[in-house]
Design a protein around this ligand. Structure first.
Ligand SMILES: Cc1cc2nc3c(=O)[nH]c(=O)nc-3n(C[C@H](O)[C@H](O)[C@H](O)COP(=O)(O)OP(=O)(O)OC[C@H]3O[C@@H](n4cnc5c(N)ncnc54)[C@H](O)[C@@H]3O)c2cc1C
Length: 307
């Protein structure tokens, strides 16, 4: 006989484990499917300062383990498996994984999103040692320092503002000769005294020994290279949500995020999207966790109404 869970959560980051915590506390039989380790993107940082309750900040990996333990305390189960496909448009949903098929009456999708990487040498080596992808998360580590930011869209422009309030100097590197960001950003960015621009340029090298201390710029027109001394580099060239699995079943926006409002409901009954994977303004631990709580609430309501 196949076991049908009340809820399967795909993804064991802060959104997923918060959904599991709220669901199990409400008495739902809940399984979390995670392909790597609990915590999701949080595991990539040693210091999270803006999740309330930790007055000295907390290591992201540890916070992930605590979130898993918190949900398991109330009976949530975890399987370390990769989800390959899902059939979501039936009352009992089928989730195909590396370790077989699991069944549930509701599914919470918490597969997150990844910052796009530059894909150049040394990038992985310098992550957290001078290379960052989230100004709101890591900007504080560069107080009074000089940083570069690469990108030209709205998030790069917004990140440049965030960093200009914290850093001594911000150098925005963009491969075109004007920003792609909406016009509203242009004037204030150009007027900011501590923001400089390097137009028609890409980053071709990341320099330093244990830590980044500079970048190599390449002029896209001439191919000429030059060195720039910086204490940090923020890469703000977009994000990719992990939604390829669900394309064709769930409504995605132009950037591939699952369309869901604050209720976290998707276009399919009994299927919820939480955290970085859904359309939303701010992608952070606290907003991911908040979504998880909301999804569990609506999943519980759905299960009561569809007994
Ligand atoms: C370096 C770094 C530093 C950050 N610092 C901060 C900070 O200081 N403060 C802050 O608030 N936010 C910070 N963030 C952002 C924050 O970590 C994210 O907003 C948050 O983790 C999103 O949570 P999530 O649960 O939606 O998704 P994620 O954390 O992305 O978790 C998704 C999980 O789903 C799993 N998954 C994906 N696909 C599958 C599949 N097919 N099968 C099984 N499992 C799957 C992944 O392995 C992952 O564990 C930081 C992010 C990074 C990368």
């Amino acid at each position: 006989m196949k076991h049908v869970y009340d809820m399967i959560v795909i993804g064991g980051g802060p959104a997923g484990y918060t959904a599991a915590l709220y669901a199990t506390r409400a008495g739902l039989d809940t399984l979390v499917l995670e392909k790597m380790s609990a915590g999701g993107q949080m595991t990539q940082t040693m210091q999270i300062d803006n999740y309330p309750g930790f007055d000295e900040g907390i290591d992201g990996f540890l916070l992930g383990e605590k979130m898993q333990a918190g949900a398991e305390r109330f009976g949530a189960k975890s399987e370390m498996v990769e989800v390959y496909s899902a059939v979501l448009d039936a009352p009992v949903k089928e989730i195909e994984t590396s370790e077989g098929t699991f069944f549930a009456r509701t599914v919470v999708i918490a597969t997150g999103a990844e910052h796009r990487h530059l894909g150049i040498a040394n990038e992985e080596k310098f992550v957290g040692k001078g290379v960052g992808y989230c100004a709101a998360c890591d900007g504080m580590f560069y107080r009074g320092k000089t940083v570069a930011i690469v990108g030209g869209g709205n998030s790069a422009a917004a990140d440049a503002f965030v960093l200009s309030r914290i850093c001594k100097k911000v150098i925005l590197v963009h491969r075109r000769d004007t920003l792609r960001a909406t016009k509203i950003y242009h004037d204030p960015l150009h007027k900011a005294e501590n923001i400089e621009f390097r137009w028609n340029s890409t980053i071709s090298g990341l320099n330093g020994e244990g830590r980044l201390n500079g970048v190599t710029l390449r002029d896209v027109n001439t191919g000429e290279e030059s060195e720039l001394e910086v204490d940090g580099l923020f890469v703000s060239i977009g994000r990719s949500p992990a939604t390829a699995l669900f394309d064709g079943q769930l409504t995605l926006d132009d950037n591939g995020y699952i369309v869901a409002d604050e209720s976290t409901r998707t276009n399919l009954d009994g299927v919820f999207a939480v955290g970085d994977v859904r359309t939303k303004a701010l992608r952070q631990v606290i907003t991911a966790a908040a979504d998880g709580a909301v999804a569990a609430h609506y999943a519980e309501e759905y299960l009561v109404m569809n007994k």
